[in-house]
Design a protein. Structure first.
Length: 253
């Protein structure tokens, strides 16, 4: 299983540095991480990436960014390229999150270009998909597979598709009091798994759930997801460790 933690912009710089140091302590002692039963990646803010790579990479924790630009070089003031992220030692990058779509107008076409940039630079994209409003599970599954097909379009055309983490995050569950219903999550994640497993170039991809995820959810899902993508719950290292404990208990022995 794989567990991800995205910090968004909730913590300041030195708060993030302290959090990374606490996560490093968790990684150093956690049996599931040490024996490879579970994988962890973290997505802090851009200014803390160098510290994160230096502190966590030697412990096997993946570090990634919360965004990237679709070009690798050029006159793009304020943007950060996948090429530079890879040079820093990042392994992951998030694309397609609801907040990027909502606040910055990112379309499927933009997310497709960013996904292609991630693949091109040997970064594992954390591809966020999710329906914008509550709907029946089968309808949500169709919408999410449509989004995934759309954002893989450029990479398929260029032949650069590789393994990815597909994060199912129903928009209406992000920041809510509780995650989506377990049966609903199982339906959508099962459909997304079928899409990535049918594409040989995506061998090794994982489908995870995000959207107010926390402790107990992995057990409730009964193996329908390959892990969780945590938001604010992960800001408490004790909660993050508890989720890692749960993932380790569910991992094959």
């Amino acid at each position: 299983m794989i567990i991800g933690a995205g910090l968004k912009m909730y913590l300041g710089h030195w708060e993030t540095v302290d959090w990374l140091d606490e996560v490093a302590q968790v990684a150093e002692r956690h049996p599931g991480l040490r024996r490879g039963a579970v994988e962890l990646f973290v997505l802090p803010t851009f200014p803390t990436l160098v510290h994160a790579v230096r502190r966590l990479s030697r412990l096997g924790v993946g570090v990634g960014a919360q965004d990237l630009f679709w070009e690798d070089r050029g006159p793009y003031t304020g943007e950060v390229s996948g090429a530079e992220l890879a040079e820093l030692g990042c392994r992951f990058v998030e694309v397609g999150h609801l907040e990027r779509r909502r606040h910055f107008g990112e379309t499927d076409e933009v997310v497709a270009a960013k996904t292609a940039a991630a693949f091109r630079n040997r970064l594992t994209p954390v591809i966020c998909v999710g329906e914008s409003r509550p709907m029946a599970p089968d309808d949500a599954a169709r919408e999410c597979t449509r989004q995934l097909d759309a954002v893989l379009r450029d990479s398929r055309r260029d032949g650069t598709v590789r393994s990815a983490v597909v994060a199912y995050e129903p928009h209406w569950a992000i920041g809510a009091a509780a995650a989506a219903d377990a049966d609903h999550i199982r339906t959508v994640c099962t459909r997304l798994r079928s899409v990535v497993r049918a594409e040989s170039a995506m061998a090794g991809s994982r489908v995870v759930y995000g959207g107010s995820a926390g402790t107990g959810l992995l057990t409730e899902l009964g193996g329908a997801a390959d892990g969780l993508f945590l938001g604010r719950a992960s800001h408490d290292p004790d909660v993050l460790e508890a989720v890692l404990d749960e993932a380790t208990a569910l991992a094959p022995r």
